[in-house]
Design a binder for this molecule. Structure first.
Ligand code: MLT
Length: 407
């Protein structure tokens, strides 16, 4: 009889956001009259901006004519988009990234999950706690995480707590991990690291020979000056970091899917014999084998984001969500909740009231206030006692949710 991948059987039976969706579905089926406001999964609510919509229409027309039709594209992305990425996301900010270091994909979730394919199973992993569950779960699937302990931690993963006590700034690892995941602005806490703090991480990785997997999916929400938009703003980062970017939250592409990953050519790991091996060709090999490229239509849509009107329209949308986040911070503190985040991020991280657990407060929010949040413990043991709310909603709903909480 064939065998399954045992690592999957070690995982909790459902992914965090699937479990939240299941509970919300059960509640709304039982209470169809409840006007539920969804502030759970970080899914955008505003439509794609007009510049993207126009570009998508034009791309559909291209596909209707033999002379402009596109079948398979380059697996790593079309040159018309990669040149814009290099110019607008990096060069204009004084950062040196070459076109053959950019790999366009269907999103940062896939890439942060798939990157483990080019890394040895023997690597020791460190994650911040709380953490975006994809980093942990995909290492469990690959057999790198060890066993699940009664305290909710995996035995081979080092957890770096981000708590109110340390200002949600992780301390450096003690276990000399080979691979460190950082997501800043952070999902789920919505907090950031300063330039100096990020420099500390790059220096740590250079000193210890660790790989830094830097998820910058929320960089477009950064409004404060001392918060880097890219890890490559830090000197030496090209030797130790891979950066993941996403158009999901930046431009509303959660449904049409697009992101990209930068793998600098200087970045090298060791093979089993101890020889240095560059990661860029390994990732190219992985992508060209397992991925057939993001769609022509989506890439034309993303190209339009770099036009003058595209940049302005996207900025307006993000400002709209950030204004919601400000309403949430104010409303929550007036209602007596402690919270962080929501300044350079669409996420607000809220302490549960009266020592409730995260899932208790999830139920309470849903049943008493008809608000969906995400339980903090779903992001890791240090998330216990918190819940996360997202600013991806209409202003009207955001105001309504806050006034419900104040009651
Ligand atoms: C979240 O709510 O944390 C995100 O939407 C999940 C994701 O981007 O996959």
């Amino acid at each position: 009889m064939f065998k399954v991948n045992d690592n999957f059987t070690k995982l909790p039976s459902s992914y965090l956001f699937s479990e939240v969706a299941r509970r919300v579905r059960a509640y709304t089926e039982a209470h169809p009259e409840a006007e539920v406001i969804r502030m759970g999964i970080g899914d955008v609510t505003r439509p794609l901006c007009p510049a993207v919509i126009d570009a998508l229409h034009r791309a559909v027309d291209d596909e209707a004519r033999g002379e402009t039709f596109h079948g398979y594209g380059p697996e790593q992305g079309y040159g018309f988009l990669i040149s814009k990425i290099v110019e607008y996301d990096y060069r204009r900010h004084g950062i040196n990234v070459a076109e053959d270091e950019v790999f366009v994909s269907d999103g940062a979730k896939s890439d942060t999950g798939n990157i483990g394919d080019i890394l040895s199973r023997a690597n020791r992993i460190a994650v911040t706690d709380p953490v975006y569950p994809v980093y942990v779960d995909t290492n469990v699937m690959a057999g790198r995480a060890g066993e699940l302990q009664p305290d909710g931690r995996w035995s081979n993963i080092e957890y770096l707590p981000c708590t109110a006590e340390n200002g949600f700034v992780p301390l450096f690892p003690t276990g000399e991990p080979d691979v460190i995941y950082l997501c800043y602005p952070n999902n789920p806490t919505g907090t950031t690291l300063t330039r100096n703090e990020l420099k500390g991480w790059v220096d740590y990785c250079r000193k210890h020979g660790s790989l830094l997997l830097f998820d910058a999916a929320y960089e477009a929400f950064i409004r404060e000056d001392d918060v880097p938009h890219s890890i490559y703003e830090i000197e030496g980062a090209r030797e130790v970091s891979i950066e993941f970017r996403s158009y999901s939250k930046t431009a509303g592409f959660t449904g049409i899917r697009l992101g990209y990953t930068v793998v600098p050519k200087e970045l090298k790991g060791r093979d089993a014999e101890g020889n240095l091996v560059a990661l860029n060709p390994l990732w190219r090999r992985r992508q060209t084998t397992k991925f057939n490229g993001a769609s022509y239509l989506t890439q034309r849509g993303a190209e339009a984001l770099y036009s003058e009107e595209g940049q302005r329209q996207v900025r307006e949308t993000i400002d709209y969500y950030l204004a919601n986040a400000a309403v949430m911070r104010k409303g929550l503190s007036e209602a007596g909740y402690e919270c962080v985040g929501g300044v350079n991020s669409p996420y607000v991280w809220v302490k549960t009231p009266k020592g409730m657990t995260s899932w208790e407060s999830f139920d309470r929010l849903l049943e008493d206030y008809h608000i969906v949040g995400t339980p903090g413990s779903g992001f890791g043991p240090s998330g216990e006692g918190y819940f996360r709310l997202t600013a991806f909603n209409t202003l009207e709903n955001t105001v309504k949710a806050m006034s419900r909480l104040k009651k």
